[in-house]
Design a binder for this molecule. Structure first.
Ligand SMILES: CC(C)(COP(=O)(O)OP(=O)(O)OC[C@H]1O[C@@H](n2cnc3c(N)ncnc32)[C@H](O)[C@@H]1OP(=O)(O)O)[C@@H](O)C(=O)NCCC(=O)NCCS
Length: 129
């Protein structure tokens, strides 16, 4: 039986996706808004798996789109808890680009998302008990 009390907190979440044409813009690259949505979603999952409380996004910050992401590639999103405050926590998200038919891996987007833990009345509560 697994003793969850002795396990390290879940600080990292990963998601791998194929960049299909239904997510691209008229330049045939991943639409920026879609990238932001994926980043906010994985950051939310990462924050939730870390503290197991209701969390809401209060800030997205330092999002750098360094390279375009062409259709027909693979992306991996990696979210990591960067810092934990009293009622807030910051999650860093990297997106790596991989070609389908050759070995390659390039960091193309990164950013930070801040979440606040809230109770059922939407008041901030401690992230960790
Ligand atoms: C989240 C919310 C309840 C926080 O209420 P608030 O009165 O602003 O909270 P506080 O001023 O007590 O701050 C709470 C925490 O957030 C941090 N914070 C507040 N504003 C911030 C900002 N602009 N950027 C980063 N952190 C911020 C504070 O430093 C504090 O962190 P700490 O306890 O770890 O030190 C409120 O802002 C809210 O409901 N926002 C809308 C959230 C939302 O709808 N998101 C989109 C959908 S998920």
């Amino acid at each position: 039986m697994v003793n969850y009390g002795q396990m390290k907190k879940n600080e990292e979440t990963r998601l791998v996706k194929a960049v299909f044409p239904n997510t691209t813009n008229h330049y045939d690259t991943l639409f920026g808004g879609t990238a932001l949505q994926l980043m906010d979603e994985i950051a939310f999952i990462c924050a939730t798996r870390y503290c197991h409380k209701r969390v809401v996004t209060i800030k997205s910050d330092k999002v750098d789109f360094k390279h375009p992401i062409p259709a027909g590639t693979i992306i991996e999103l990696i979210a990591k808890v960067k810092s934990v405050g009293k009622t807030s926590l910051v999650v860093h998200v990297d997106i790596f680009l991989e070609e389908m038919y050759q070995e390659s891996r390039t960091k193309v987007i990164e950013g930070e998302f801040t979440f606040v833990a809230i109770d059922e009345n939407r008041n901030p509560i401690k992230v960790l008990d």
